[in-house]
Ligand binder design. Structure first.
Ligand SMILES: O=C(O)COP(=O)(O)O
Ligand SMILES: [Mg+2]
Length: 231
């Protein structure tokens, strides 16, 4: 390495590092129940889990032929977030092999960071509860920055806070917002195909796609950094 800062691997959170869908679905069902509606099955909710509480609520009411007024949406969001915060890691767990992959990356000299469209406070609470926070040089949420992913500034701020440089950073995510933000920031990207919202465009744009964290090796990340066009 020519410059002093460590190369950096940035992870998205929901659908990438941690499978948060079960606790997000429970929060949604808490709101639906309070409103006299039947609960939704996890598999119905899962595809919407990566787009935030508002989008999950809007989709659930749309499935029932309803549109929430803005005041009703704000009430529902309060109820959703209150329940979610109190149960943030009841069932949410890191994806298989991701902890070992992070161990290997750290041992190889990579710094790690999180760039998530979750609110920073919720992201920190989740990662603290799972004992993962100390691994990360930066945890950057949607409300940490003026513009969230897919805006490249979210990734750029994460890199700055982690003490890295965009020439030596790779983004790992599960959605088009992650891959588009990486693309716009000039950072190679890895799409995980087991998350909530991999779409065809994200698949086309991602530098790599992996189905198993055992494939996210220091060697793969080094290859992506070496293949990066010189700026
Ligand atoms: O909460 C969201 O909107 C999505 O969060 P993520 O960026 O960690 O996938
Ligand atoms: Mg995600």
């Amino acid at each position: 390495m020519q410059s002093s800062e460590a190369p950096l691997v940035i992870f998205d959170l929901d659908g990438t590092l941690v499978d948060t869908a079960p606790d997000l679905a429970a929060a949604l069902n808490h709101c639906l129940g309070a409103d006299g509606h039947e609960a939704d099955a996890l598999e119905v909710v899962r595809p919407h889990a990566g787009h935030g509480a508002r989008a999950m609520l809007a989709a659930a009411y749309q499935r029932r032929g309803k549109v929430l007024t803005e005041p009703d949406m704000l009430d529902a969001l309060d109820r959703f977030l209150g329940h979610y915060e109190a149960h943030i890691a009841d069932a949410s767990r890191p994806y298989p092999h991701v902890v070992a992959a992070m161990d290997d990356l750290a041992a190889a000299g990579f710094a790690l960071a999180v760039c998530t469209n979750k609110r920073e406070g919720l992201a920190r609470l989740l990662l603290d509860t799972l004992g993962l926070s100390p691994r990360f040089a930066a945890i950057c949420g949607a409300d940490t920055v003026p513009n969230r992913k897919p805006h490249p500034g979210h990734i750029e701020e994460t890199i700055t806070r982690a003490g890295g440089s965009s020439a030596k950073a790779v983004m790992v995510g599960d959605s088009a917002a992650d891959i588009d933000a990486a693309d716009a920031a000039g950072v190679p990207s890895v799409l995980v195909d087991f998350g909530y919202a991999p779409d065809d465009e994200a698949r086309r744009k991602a530098s790599r796609e992996v189905s198993d964290y055992r494939d996210l090796t220091p060697g793969l990340v080094q290859t992506l950094l070496a293949a990066r066009p010189a700026s």
